[in-house]
Design a protein around this ligand. Structure first.
Ligand SMILES: NC(=O)c1ccc[n+]([C@@H]2O[C@H](COP(=O)([O-])OP(=O)(O)OC[C@H]3O[C@@H](n4cnc5c(N)ncnc54)[C@H](O)[C@@H]3O)[C@@H](O)[C@H]2O)c1
Length: 271
């Protein structure tokens, strides 16, 4: 897909991967419309990139509907909708410890936001017989994130929804990419600085992630990975699920042994 002059909406654009994607879309001469729940950060990014924006909670369908209307008024038809906004709760460690509110919030932000976007953008795309959904999901959808049950479960559901969109609407000219990055140094993982730390093995910058994701979109790939090693673990999982669970249990033991508990800090060092 050639992105020049395409009308793109991107959520979660005030930070991390979303901000980096928006910046590269602009460099590729796309018309970019930004959305995020964080008004102060979003307005700064919008000013820097000279883009229009809408403050929006993607977990709320009315907000997503308003975002789509606002973007269509500013840009015209939406050619590519990028659902990037996502959340990860740091205190997830034990599956049942995470309370109902966090599970529901994870479900609404990480899954329903993709459904709401499709509900309000897909009909126009089907009418035109063309359109693109870029879903920023996670390697946790493929391989589970130790210490993050709600994140893993909801990202798996988001991947499944992306598959359904691609399967159901491919014949209507709809393309879908599901990006599954592994560890990216963004505020979500506690990195406020865009510079990578010295021990950055298995960790990439938001800029690098964005470039790899855009490369996948240019090739119109469904599954976009930002870590070449991931596919090997994914294949192993599918070859022998039981053995994969044993391997993950061993990895969890290794983390507990090294850190004394399961928490999400510096997880990238253990793969
Ligand atoms: N950082 C990683 O290692 C990593 C790895 C794989 C996948 N991802 C995914 O990439 C996406 C971007 O994450 P990031 O690492 O850039 O994180 P980030 O925290 O830097 O950015 C997330 C952005 O989403 C916005 N957001 C959160 N909830 C929202 C809501 N309800 N409505 C609108 N905006 C909302 C935040 O304000 C923030 O600007 C997420 O979906 C995340 O799950 C991240």
């Amino acid at each position: 897909m050639n992105l020049a002059k395409k009308n793109i909406v991107i959520t979660g654009a005030a930070s991390g991967i979303g901000e980096a994607l928006a910046s590269h879309f602009v460099k590729l001469k796309a018309n970019v419309f930004l959305a995020d729940i964080d008004q102060p950060k979003l307005s700064l990014v919008a000013e820097t990139l000279r883009c229009s924006y809408n403050v929006c909670d993607v977990a709320n369908e009315e907000d997503v509907f308003a975002l789509v209307n606002h973007a269509e008024t500013e840009l015209g038809q939406i050619d590519l909708f990028c659902s990037n906004a996502g959340i990860l709760f740091k205190g997830e460690a034990v599956p049942l410890a995470l309370d109902e509110e966090y599970w529901m919030k994870s479900w609404c932000v990480n899954v329903m936001s993709h459904v709401y976007a499709a509900r309000h953008v897909l009909p126009q795309m089907i009418q035109r017989q063309s359109g693109y959904f870029l879903q920023i999901i996670s390697a946790a959808a493929l391989l589970s994130q130790i210490g993050a049950p709600a994140y893993s479960a909801t990202k798996s559901a988001a991947l499944s929804f992306a598959e359904s969109l691609a399967i159901s609407y491919g014949h209507e000219g709809i393309k879908v990419s599901a990006a599954c990055p592994q560890y990216v140094a963004t505020p979500m993982l506690g990195f406020e600085d865009t510079k990578l730390p010295r021990d950055a093995k298995n960790l990439i910058s938001a800029d690098e992630a964005a470039l790899q994701i855009i490369d996948g979109v240019l090739q119109e790939k469904f599954l976009i990975l930002t870590d070449s090693g991931l596919i090997k673990f994914f294949e192993r999982k599918h070859k022998d699920y039981d053995q994969w669970i044993i391997g993950m249990q061993r990895l969890q033991n290794k983390i507990v042994h090294a850190k004394g508990e399961i928490n999400l800090d510096n997880m990238y060092k253990f793969i």
